[in-house]
Design a protein around this ligand. Structure first.
Ligand code: G3P
Ligand code: CA
Length: 298
């Protein structure tokens, strides 16, 4: 069975599961990958979003089934203060609604179709089962997958959503997802906003943080910058297109994790792995699994 057919079958299996059910995979007792050199993290970016509509349950399920260690979730906040899994500040691209998330209540957003856009944008991967998929709240995702899965959560546009960090930590604490005194963590929090990460760090210093950096040109980094990140973060993330081996080595010498995004081509993955990255975000976690196997790194 070729990769396309395999993924169609996986999609069908995933869609056949009712929303809200705990999947068989989630029911297994999972282990959290340690945040050290021994485990390269396969981070399913918005789920296996190359195969299914981003930030929907089928996308997250596929990511999990294809070897993803962490489900990557972008957060936005509704008018009534609910954290939802969505990349954009607006509803337009990934639902049949329009306008800003912050101007809509959760009840309004729940009426929207978060799957059909994918069938139109990617006819080669279209699936009838994607039609009518719902936007998920963070709590719904955690309830669906359980406490034994790993979540790599991004505070998106935190300046637009005062109180976002407090709400996030309240949910993580409620679900007992913050582990103290150990290298393993069910949750990593990432952001392009240092202010947002510092807020999280002040609220709870036990959660591993990853500072995302938006380089406009080829990336360079100083010892001072790395020492600064080390004060509050476990690692940094940036576009894989902007870095080279020297950059990766320098980050690792400062004992920081380095998780480039969003790497979808196997040759790019292998090059980054050979340079020494400690994980990466990908829309195709199965391809990263193949790359790791071929390099005998998993
Ligand atoms: O979070 C890593 C990567 O996802 C950052 O870019 O725009 O895909 O959230 P974006
Ligand atoms: Ca993200």
């Amino acid at each position: 069975m070729n990769k396309f057919m395999r993924n169609l079958c996986l999609s069908a299996a995933v869609i056949g599961m009712g929303a809200g059910a705990v999947s068989p995979a989630a029911a297994q007792s999972g282990t959290s990958p340690e945040l050290n050199d021994n485990k390269i993290l396969n981070i399913s970016h918005r789920g296996a979003s190359g195969y299914a509509p981003e930030h929907t349950l089928p996308s997250y399920e596929l990511g999990d089934q294809m070897g993803g260690d962490y489900i990557e979730l972008d957060l936005q906040m509704t008018k009534d203060g609910e954290l939802i899994a969505m990349h954009d500040e607006t509803l337009d691209r990934t639902t049949d609604g329009s306008g800003l998330v912050k101007d809509h209540t959760l009840e309004e957003i729940k009426q929207l179709d978060a799957g059909s856009w994918f069938n139109e944008a990617h006819p080669e991967m279209a699936n009838e089962g994607f039609k009518g998929l719902k936007v998920q709240t963070l709590e719904e995702v955690i309830e669906h997958f359980g406490k034994n899965k790993n979540y790599y959560i991004e505070t998106k546009s935190p300046e637009v959503y005062p109180g976002m960090e407090e709400e996030l930590l309240k949910i993580l604490e409620e679900y007992n997802l913050i582990r103290q005194n150990g290298p393993s963590s069910r949750v990593i929090i990432q952001s392009f906003s240092e202010e947002s990460l510092q807020k999280v760090h002040d609220l709870n210093g036990d959660i591993p943080l990853v500072q995302l950096i938006d380089y406009r040109t080829q990336a360079t980094i100083t010892d001072e910058e790395l020492d600064h990140y080390h004060e509050y973060a476990a690692g940094i993330g940036m576009s894989y297109k902007k870095i080279d081996e020297e950059y990766v080595q320098k980050v690792r010498e400062h004992d920081l994790l380095i998780h480039p995004y969003t790497v979808n081509d196997k040759e790019d993955m292998k090059r980054l792995l050979e340079w020494g990255v400690t994980g990466m975000f990908t829309n195709y976690p199965d391809v990263l699994e193949d790359a790791l196997k071929e390099l005998k790194m998993n």
